[in-house]
Design a protein around this ligand. Structure first.
Ligand code: GLN
Length: 560
C-alpha cells in the first residue's frame, strides 16, 4: 500500500530535525518558523518516537507537562508552543507517536488490510507515517505542514520518521519540501571559539539517511560568526546565509523575530517557490516581547507568585503556567518572579508549626497558585498553603486539583466538616468519610471517554454578577479545557454555599458539575476546574492569570 497517491499536490512540507543534543528547543524553533508563516494555513505535526499512544499517562517529571487539546487529545507539550505561537487550536491527529503508528499498523493487519503480505518496517511502517501526514495535510487543506521530528538524528526510535520524511520529500518534489536542522554550536571553556564539529557530525548523520538539510540553525550562546557560518555551510552543502544563528534568548518570544532578522523567510520562500507574499506584521508581538524583557527599577513592579506543587524537579512540568504568567505580566506591564514551594515538604518544617512555616514562606509573595495534580502525595501541604492564602487575603488561583483542594479546605475550616477530603486519596489507602470531592460515575461523558478522564474543551456558564463574570469581561459563557476525573460532590454544594463559598462557573449539560468557585469576602480567591493556562497567549493572556496578577499588584503596593 503505497502513499504517492495520497499526496494532494498542493501542501508543502517543512521538516524540522534535531542534532547533537536533545533539549535545544526544537518545538520552539518549529513554532517560531510557524509564527512567521502566519499568512498561510500552517498545520504543525509532532512525531515522537516513544511507544505510548499518547503522553497522557507519562509522568510530567519525565516528559514535561501533558498538554490537553480542545478536542480532548493529550499531547506533547510542544503543542503548547505551537498553539501559543500560531494561534491555532491543535488536534489530536497532529500528534503522531510511534505507539500510534504501530497500533494503526497492527489494527490494519488484524483487519486483513495487508492480506497475504509480509509486513515489514520498510515499506509498511514508513507508509503509515507518510499516509498519516498526507491525509492530515489534505483534510486540513494545509498550505504548509510543519513536521517536527522528536529526538536527535541517530536515535534508534526516530529512524522511521526520518526515513518516512526522506521518502515523502521524493514524492512531493524539491519545490514542496524543505529540511531544517537544529544543532548545537558549543564554545568550550577556555577556547573562546565556536566549534562546528558536532554540527558537521550530525549533518553527516542526516546525509547518511539521504537527507540534505536546506537550513541549519546553530543554537549558541553567541551569534554565529561569519567564519563559523561559512564552515558549517561548506560541510552542509548550503550557502552560508542558510546557516542561521539560534541565539540563546531571554524570552522565547524573541526567537521568531531573530529568525526573521536572519532572513529565514526568504530562504523558505525561495526553496518552496513561494512568490508575492509579504512578511507577517509582528508589531504587537515585538512590543510585548520588549515588555517581557523590560527590567523594572521600581521593586513594586516585580510581583512574586508562589507555585505550590509537587512536580518540582523539572521546569517543564508546569510549562504552560509559567508561560501564562509571562503573558499576563507583559500585558500588565509588570515583571513576575516565581517562588516554587514543594508541597511534599511543606508539611514537615523542622521544629515549626506547619501553618506558621507556610505563613513565613508566603509573607513576601503577592499571589499563590495551586496547580493541577493527582494523588495524596503533597496534598496536605497544598491544603495548608490554600488555608494560609485564604486567611491572609493573598490573591489565590486554584487550578483543577487546586480548586478541588480549595473546596476541601473550605469545608474543613469554614463549614465544620473536619473530615472533608477528596475521594481520590482512597486509592492511596486513606479512608474518606466526607467526600466533598467525589467521582461521579454514570455520567454521559465518562462512558464516551472510556471511563477515565473528562478531557478537552467544554463550555462554562458564568454566574451573573460574580467575580468570574467580571474577570471574563462580562461574558456569560466561556470555553476552557479540562482534564479531570473528580469533581465537587453535589451533596455538599448547599452547605458550602450557605457558608460563603460561591460556585460561579457551571456546566449546563451536566449541571451538577461545578467548574469555578470564589469567595466574595476575599480580595481574589478563585478556583477553576479547568486549565486556563492552556489557552493563554502573549497577545491574548488568560483573563484568570491577568486578573490574579492585577490583584497581586494591589497586594504588592500594600506590602510596601
Ligand atoms: N486529580 C484530580 C482529578 O482527577 C485533578 C486533576 C488535575 O488537576 N488535572 O479530578
Amino acid at each position: 500500500m503505497g502513499s504517492d497517491d495520497c499526496y494532494n499536490g498542493k501542501s508543502k512540507f517543512i521538516f524540522i530535525t534535531g542534532g547533537v543534543l536533545s533539549g535545544l528547543g526544537k518545538g520552539v524553533a518549529a513554532a517560531s518558523i510557524g509564527a512567521l508563516l502566519s499568512r498561510f494555513r500552517v498545520i504543525p505535526v509532532k512525531c515522537d518516537g516513544y511507544l505510548n499512544v499518547d503522553p497522557g499517562t507519562m509522568n510530567p517529571i519525565e516528559h514535561g507537562e501533558v498538554f490537553v487539546l480542545d478536542d480532548g487529545g493529550e499531547v506533547d507539550m510542544d503543542f503548547g508552543h505551537y498553539e501559543r505561537f500560531l494561534h491555532i487550536n491543535g488536534k489530536s491527529e497532529w500528534s503522531l507517536t510511534m505507539g500510534k503508528v504501530f497500533s494503526t499498523l497492527i489494527d490494519s493487519e488484524r483487519q486483513g488490510v495487508y492480506a497475504g503480505t509480509t509486513i515489514q518496517f520498510i515499506p509498511h511502517v514508513a507508509d503509515v507515517i507518510k499516509n498519516h501526514l498526507f491525509k492530515t495535510a489534505s483534510k486540513e487543506s494545509a498550505d504548509i505542514m510543519l513536521v517536527e521530528i522528536g529526538g536527535t538524528v541517530g536515535d534508534l526510535e526516530n529512524e522511521f520518521f526520518i526515513e518516512a520524511a526522506r521518502q515523502l520529500s521524493n514524492i512531493v518534489g524539491p519545490d514542496n519540501c524543505i529540511f531544517v536542522h537544529l544543532t548545537y554550536v558549543p564554545i568550550p571553556n577556555g577556547t573562546h571559539e565556536q566549534k562546528s564539529k558536532p554540527t558537521q557530525m550530525s549533518v553527516r548523520g542526516l546525509n547518511e539517511r539521504g537527507i540534505y538539510p536546506d537550513i541549519i540553525i546553530g543554537r549558541c550562546s553567541e551569534p554565529l560568526s561569519p567564519k563559523i557560518k561559512e564552515k558549517i555551510a561548506l560541510y552542509g552543502n548550503i550557502p552560508s546565509k542558510n546557516v542561521i544563528s539560534g541565539l540563546d534568548m531571554e524570552s522565547v518570544y524573541e526567537i521568531p523575530l531573530s529568525y526573521q532578522e536572519e532572513g529565514i523567510l526568504d530562504i523558505i520562500f525561495k526553496k518552496l517557490k513561494i512568490v508575492g507574499v509579504s512578511s507577517p506584521r509582528m508589531d504587537e508581538w515585538k512590543r510585548l516581547v520588549e515588555v517581557c524583557k523590560r527590567k523594572y527599577e521600581d521593586p513594586k513592579k516585580t510581583l512574586t507568585v508562589a507555585l505550590c506543587g509537587k512536580y518540582m524537579q523539572l521546569e517543564d512540568s508546569y510549562a504552560s503556567i509559567r508561560e501564562a504568567l509571562v503573558h499576563a505580566a507583559a500585558n500588565l506591564n509588570v515583571a513576575c518572579k516565581l517562588k516554587m514551594l514543594d508541597t511534599e515538604f511543606l508539611n514537615k518544617p523542622e521544629g515549626k508549626d506547619v501553618l506558621e512555616y507556610i505563613k513565613e514562606q508566603l509573607a513576601d509573595v503577592d499571589a499563590v497558585i495551586v496547580p493541577g495534580g493527582f494523588g495524596s502525595r503533597g496534598m496536605e501541604g497544598k491544603i495548608s498553603a490554600i488555608q494560609v492564602a485564604r486567611e491572609m487575603n493573598i490573591p489565590f488561583l486554584g487550578i483543577c486539583y487546586g480548586m478541588q483542594l480549595a473546596v476541601v479546605e473550605y469545608a474543613r475550616h469554614k463549614c465544620g466538616i473536619p473530615l472533608a477530603n477528596t475521594a481520590e486519596v482512597e486509592s492511596d489507602g486513606i479512608e474518606v468519610k466526607e467526600p466533598v470531592i467525589a467521582f461521579l460515575p454514570g455520567l454521559e461523558y465518562v462512558k464516551v471517554l472510556g471511563g477515565t478522564l473528562r478531557k478537552g474543551g467544554y463550555d462554562v456558564f458564568l454566574k451573573k454578577n460574580s467575580l468570574a463574570e467580571k474577570i471574563y469581561n462580562g461574558a456569560s459563557v466561556i470555553r476552557e479545557r479540562f482534564r479531570h476525573r473528580y469533581e465537587v460532590n453535589p451533596l455538599y454544594i448547599n452547605k458550602l454555599e450557605e457558608n460563603g463559598l460561591t460556585f460561579s462557573g457551571h456546566s449546563v449539560k451536566e449541571d451538577n458539575i461545578m467548574q469555578m468557585m470564589e469567595i466574595s469576602e476575599h480580595p481574589f480567591f478563585v478556583g477553576c476546574q479547568f486549565h486556563p493556562e492552556l489557552t493563554s497567549t502573549l497577545l491574548k493572556p488568560s483573563p484568570l492569570f491577568y486578573n490574579l496578577l492585577k490583584a497581586g499588584e494591589i497586594r504588592r503596593n500594600e506590602r510596601g
